[in-house]
Each structure stands twice: as C-alpha cells, then as structure tokens.
Design a protein around this ligand. Structure first.
Ligand SMILES: Cc1cc2nc3c(=O)[nH]c(=O)nc-3n(C[C@H](O)[C@H](O)[C@H](O)COP(=O)(O)O)c2cc1C
Length: 158
C-alpha cells in the first residue's frame, strides 16, 4: 500500500505532525511519501491508496496561500475510493481554530474520496509525549478505518 502526505507548513508545526504520521504509517508497512503542496503533482494523486492532507490555518480561518492552487486543483479531481484524511496545526487564540482543516475535509467529500470522519487538529507543535501519541493514534485509527470497506464515506464522482 502506498500513501502520500501532502502539506503546507510555514513555521514547521504541521510538518512535524506530518513526520510523525509518516513514521507511524511506515511502521505499519505503508510506503509513505511526504511532499509540500507546491511540489505535489495532482495528476499522481490517483496512484495512491491513501492521501493525508496537512494544513495550518491562516488569516481569519483561511487556507494558507500556498494551499490555494492545490485546493482548487484537487477539488476538480475524481478520487473515487481513495482513502483520505486531514490534519493540521492551529492556535486557539484565533476564533476559527484549525478552520482550514475543515475546509479541506469538506472539499474532499465532493471528490468521491472516502474521507476519514475524524480530523487531527493540534495547538501549535506536537511538543509533548501526549501530542506525539495523539498523532500516532490518528494514523493508526485511520488505517483501521481504511481497512473496513463498510465504513467508507463519500460520493462517487465520474
Ligand atoms: C496571521 C496569522 C493568522 C492565523 N490565523 C489562524 C486561524 O484563523 N486559526 C488558527 O487556528 N490558527 C491561526 N494561525 C496560527 C497558525 O495556524 C499556527 O501558528 C500554526 O501552528 C502554524 O502552523 P505551521 O507551523 O505548520 O505553519 C494564524 C497565524 C498567523 C500568523
């Protein structure tokens, strides 16, 4: 099985989360690539079994600038049956905590992808042991969910 973790991270917090997710997936035998949105050729997305999208939140609950093109391009794809999940870092001092995670999560449902109902949202960096465990558990739960066909959600798009 092959996974892609595509992400945007300005100060490294979302990237740190992505790194923990990658290590966890690889520990479960999943061949995992990690790429920033700008370096991710969207035409290759359909070659992955699993796609995890990581984004921090900018402005007033907005997508980061560097996520905008990727977001637009992915929203026009048909990702039928690919298992996807969304995670990201934010800051509770902003009223719309990790809103960009929700924005991607909602968009993926329109692509025909199977979207993991849980999201992983973290205050700043995964600094503590508990934060690291939270990321590891998210990756493990995602794989468990992905292996259960009856749990898949999402509409088919042709
Ligand atoms: C100008 C600005 C706007 C932000 N807006 C939000 C926001 O609306 N919601 C939120 O949860 N975090 C917001 N943040 C916080 C970042 O998402 C947070 O620092 C995050 O950890 C950055 O992740 P990164 O290290 O992966 O870049 C904002 C930060 C800045 C500098």
């Amino acid at each position: 099985m092959k996974a892609l973790i595509a992400f945007a991270s300005m100060s490294g917090n979302t990237e740190d989360m992505a790194t923990i997710l990658k290590q966890t997936l690889e520990g479960k035998g999943i061949d995992t690539e990690m790429m920033e949105f700008d370096d991710t050729p969207v035409e290759t997305l359909s070659t992955y079994d699993y796609i995890l999208i990581g984004t921090y939140t900018w402005g007033d609950g907005d997508l980061p600038y560097e996520a905008e093109d990727f977001y637009e391009e992915v929203s026009s794809l048909a990702l039928n049956d690919i298992k996807t999940a969304v995670f990201g870092s934010g800051d509770y001092s902003y009223p719309k905590f990790c809103e960009a995670v929700h924005t991607f999560h909602d968009m993926l449902k329109t692509t025909g992808a199977s979207v993991f109902p849980e999201t992983l949202k973290m205050e700043l960096a995964p600094d503590t042991d508990e934060d690291v465990e939270c990321c590891q558990e998210f990756a493990t739960s995602f794989l468990t969910w992905a292996s259960l066909p009856e749990k898949r959600v999402g509409n088919h798009v042709s």
